[in-house]
Design a protein around this ligand. Structure first.
Ligand code: ADP
Length: 496
């Protein structure tokens, strides 16, 4: 069977392809031969026929991962050896970055430059980072007497289920796979059904890098009542790392309770950008625009509400609108394009339903509709709303699209109250030159991450995650390695 990488047309033309599961080191169709369609959201055309995984294929993948964990070399390999293979996977991602970026763009509708410079580059970094970082972790030893020592060891969990979303498909999958494998686990990845392409390409890369069969498996299919749910209920799956919607997190938690799995959740967000009257507007405004519209607004960390101090509100709104006017919406494969298509028809319709609410309740300053130039794709004009009522759903709910409500405020207390008035608690970005104010406000905001005079500044060692309905646990650096391992204490008494 041709490999998925060889099927991806080098010229960049779209060719309908077939994507299989990757189980025990080999590509396999579903037992029933059934497939589902993967659509290119920029054209509405079928990009791939994807093997439809059910409970059967998922169980085969879990069995392969269990065999690799119990009998294979992976968990027994010295950590540095494992990390050498992980580093090689990162290298191969970089070698094949043009192909991977094209696949990501065809699958998601995101601009090709964002795929290349953002998603795929970061996917390689995820492997390189954890390959370097994991061996640097120390283990604890406590002493209770001259002859008594207590060692705390990290051990792998076994088979882990990784369930990933469609907005940053390879980026977020590799953010889980790399630390999961570094700790000696084996895994089954269930990529989002709307974006199965790059996970399949990654499977080919892992084999080329020398990852033993069964260590990394991919099962395609759906979530509820499908491959995803099977993973969450499977008794041999010891942990689930999930990124996606809050409602899905709740369903997974309920399903996983029967087998008491360890859970890590990165869920929705309703990020805020706060611009105070002493902010450096030349930096704050372009960053606020980037935070709202990058990846068509489909980022959990997006600055999807813009709070502006009343004294500079009119100026900031006018400058935001003038920047939004200049965003180049277009063919995602064109390197000049800055905003592409939303991921799917269903998602586009959901975002349109929020546009309808905004148009009824407030003032649409720019945008507000589907992009007329691309009727076959799922393009929405970058949109700004003002004068929405404080309790508008657009201020509280995660739209996950290029829609930005701009809201005035007078005092610190008022803006903190409004920022915290959503069920989410993931991120915020605040702009002011007053360091005491930055400290007060960042303390008051209920979020896992606050950026001061920046947005999306990342160090992969820092804890990444949210509070409230935005998640459970943290990813990044040792926080990821802690999740993907189990601590064991071994206490020794020595005899002289
Ligand atoms: P979105 O609606 O934004 O796609 P989801 O949270 O529904 O976000 O999807 C993220 C991932 O979770 C996808 O891989 C999806 O198939 C999976 N998923 C959805 N529902 C469930 C479920 N009940 N159990 C396990 N996985 C699920």
């Amino acid at each position: 069977m041709p490999t998925p990488m060889s099927q991806l047309d080098e010229t960049g033309r779209e060719t309908r392809t077939t994507l299989h599961h990757f189980i025990d080191g080999a590509f396999q169709p579903s037992l029933s031969g059934e497939t589902f369609e993967d659509i290119n959201p920029a054209t509405g055309k079928v990009l791939a026929d994807v093997a439809l995984g059910t409970a059967e294929e998922t169980s085969l993948a879990v069995a392969a991962a269990k065999k690799a964990f119990e009998d294979g070399p992976w968990p027994r390999m010295p950590l540095v050896e494992r990390c050498r293979i992980l580093r090689r996977i990162g290298d191969l991602i970089l070698e094949k970055k043009d192909l991977l970026a094209r696949a990501e763009t065809l699958d998601t509708g995101k601009p090709i430059t964002e795929s290349l410079e953002g998603d795929i580059t970061r996917s390689a970094s995820n492997f390189h980072f954890f390959a370097d970082y994991a061996p640097s972790l120390s283990e604890d030893c406590f002493t209770t007497g001259p002859d008594e020592r207590h060692f705390a060891f990290r051990e792998p969990l076994g088979v882990v289920g990784l369930i990933t979303p469609w907005n940053l498909p390879l980026y977020l999958a590799t953010w889980k796979i790399a630390p999961c494998l570094a700790m000696g686990n084996t895994c089954v990845l269930k990529p989002a059904e709307w974006t199965p392409y790059t996970a399949t390409l990654l499977a080919e890369i892992t084999a080329e890098a020398g990852l033993p069969p069964g260590v990394f498996n991919v099962v395609h299919g759906f979530g509820a009542n499908g491959a995803g749910e099977t993973l969450t209920r499977h008794p041999e799956v010891k942990a689930i790392s999930f990124t996606g919607e809050t409602s899905t997190g709740k369903a997974i938690m309920a399903a996983a309770s029967g087998t008491l799995k360890k859970l890590s959740f990165e869920l929705g967000g309703k990020g805020a950008t706060l611009i105070f009257d002493d902010a450096r507007l030349d930096e704050a405004i372009p960053t606020a625009v980037r935070a709202a519209y990058r990846n068509q607004g489909q980022i959990c960390l997006a600055g999807s509400r813009l709070f502006v101090h009343r004294s500079c509100f009119d100026e900031v709104l006018a400058r935001v609108v003038s920047q939004v006017q200049q965003i180049r919406v277009g063919d995602p494969l064109d390197p000049q394009t800055q905003m592409g298509a939303l991921v799917s028809r269903e998602h586009c319709e959901k975002v349109e339903s929020y546009l309808a609410i905004g148009l009824a309740e407030g003032q649409c300053v720019i945008g507000g509709k589907r992009h007329a130039a691309y009727p076959d794709g799922y393009f929405i004009e970058p949109t700004v709303f003002a004068n929405l009522p404080e309790h508008s759903r657009l201020h509280a709910e995660e739209i996950f699209g290029p829609v930005l409500p701009v809201i005035p405020f007078e005092t610190e207390d008022e803006v903190i109250r409004m920022v915290n008035s959503t069920p989410y608690g993931l991120s915020a970005s605040l702009w002011s030159q007053d360091v005491d104010r930055c400290h007060r406000v960042s303390k008051g905001i209920q979020a896992g991450m606050v950026w001061v005079n920046c947005w999306f500044a990342r160090d992969l060692r820092t804890p990444f995650g949210g509070r409230k309905m935005s998640g459970i646990g943290r990813e990044g650096g040792r926080y990821s390695l802690d999740f993907f391992s189990e601590m064991k204490t071994v206490s020794y008494r020595y005899h002289q």
